[in-house]
Design a protein around this ligand. Structure first.
Ligand SMILES: Cc1cc2nc3c(=O)[nH]c(=O)nc-3n(C[C@H](O)[C@H](O)[C@H](O)COP(=O)(O)OP(=O)(O)OC[C@H]3O[C@@H](n4cnc5c(N)ncnc54)[C@H](O)[C@@H]3O)c2cc1C
Length: 300
């Protein structure tokens, strides 16, 4: 690709949002660019890829204590990720983004700043809270409808400190157990259980090959130890010994060989026939995330 400006734009990746998804993805992209794919191309050098993690808040992983956030940021920067804080993204278009008034040219913009709930509230005809979630009663039923429960990512539940519960798997699982117990107590005409309380058993976030952070209240871990623990926990929660072994062996193999399923063969063979670079012509070109301007509302 002869145009250096275009090449630079195609090799620029912007991740919007420095929560666990953005941090993990930034680390994975850095690893792909600097190790896995580093020698796969003749006309471009993947090591020159620019990876930016753009966050509206003042630190990465705001759900974690400051010390762990700072560790995550340092780890990312060591891996070659540029971390932009206090930089709310205002516009995303085919040229890149505008963050805090400044244009950043990029062909790849990846949204890691949260998900919208399935339109359960619309189906039920009830008002929505943040992210389109249904604000539920303390027993996770829909106010005015004791026969309807909403749990998991679709439910908006506040903790005693007023903060909403995060949309993570442990919350969904505990809510599932709670509602199952509540229904069982109703069927058996037993006393109703007390309101739902989430028991936070700790939070983990992975950053890259050897780095993760873990917050278990008084015990906080960083680096290798947290990373190994992250792996053990994720394998432990898989169903069945066979699945656990398969994932464990795959991970060990990927870790030792730096191999990842990162190569795609697409049907674009015409350029190959025309004598273009055979390696690059088989790969899909980065695409614009959206054709039209996307005006983003200011972060609440
Ligand atoms: C990129 C990403 C990374 C994440 N990483 C983590 C992590 O590391 N740790 C963690 O704890 N959490 C993580 N989460 C969050 C976690 O996945 C969710 O909190 C959890 O899955 C919520 O469970 P749920 O049952 O509410 O919803 P889901 O797991 O989303 O299950 C809902 C199911 O309902 C189905 N469905 C939707 N609409 C209909 C319909 N109309 N009819 C029938 N079926 C329907 C969907 O297909 C889906 O299978 C991550 C989420 C994302 C997006």
């Amino acid at each position: 690709m002869p145009d250096p400006v275009l090449r630079h734009r195609l090799l620029t990746f912007i991740l919007v949002g420095a929560g666990p998804t953005g941090v993990e993805m930034a680390g994975a992209l850095a690893e792909l660019a600097h190790s896995t794919l580093s020698r796969d191309f003749r006309h471009i050098n993947p090591r020159t890829a620019r990876i930016l993690l753009v966050e509206a808040g003042s630190r990465v992983l705001t759900g974690f204590p400051e010390k762990l956030s700072a560790f995550a940021r340092r780890s990312l920067e060591r891996m070659g990720v540029e971390v932009l804080l206090d930089s709310p993204i205002e516009v995303i278009d085919e040229h890149g983004v505008i963050a805090k008034g400044e244009r950043i040219e990029a062909s790849n913009v990846i949204w890691c700043a949260g998900v919208e709930a399935t339109p359960v509230a619309r189906w039920l005809g009830v008002p929505t809270a943040r992210g389109g979630r249904v604000r539920v009663a303390p027993d996770l039923s829909v106010p005015g409808h004791p026969e309807i429960f909403v749990i998991g990512d679709a439910a908006f539940v506040t903790q005693p400190d007023g903060e909403p519960l995060p949309g993570v798997a442990p919350v969904a699982k505990q809510q599932g157990y709670y509602v199952a117990g509540l229904i069982a107590s109703r069927v058996r005409d037993r006393e109703k259980p007390p309101p739902f309380r989430y028991k936070d058993e700790g939070t983990l976030a992975t950053i890259g090959r050897h780095a993760a952070i873990a917050d278990f209240g008084r015990v906080k871990l960083t680096g290798w130890v947290a990373w190994v623990l992250w792996g053990i926990v994720h394998i432990f929660f898989l169903i069945g010994f066979r699945n656990r072994m398969a994932v464990f062996l795959n991970w060990v193999w990927a870790w030792v060989t730096y191999g990842r399923g990162a190569r795609l063969i697409t049907g674009e063979m015409t350029t190959l026939a025309q004598g273009a670079d055979s390696t690059e012509s088989k790969r899909p070109g980065p695409t614009s995330p959206c054709g039209t301007n996307l005006e983003l509302p200011p972060k609440p």
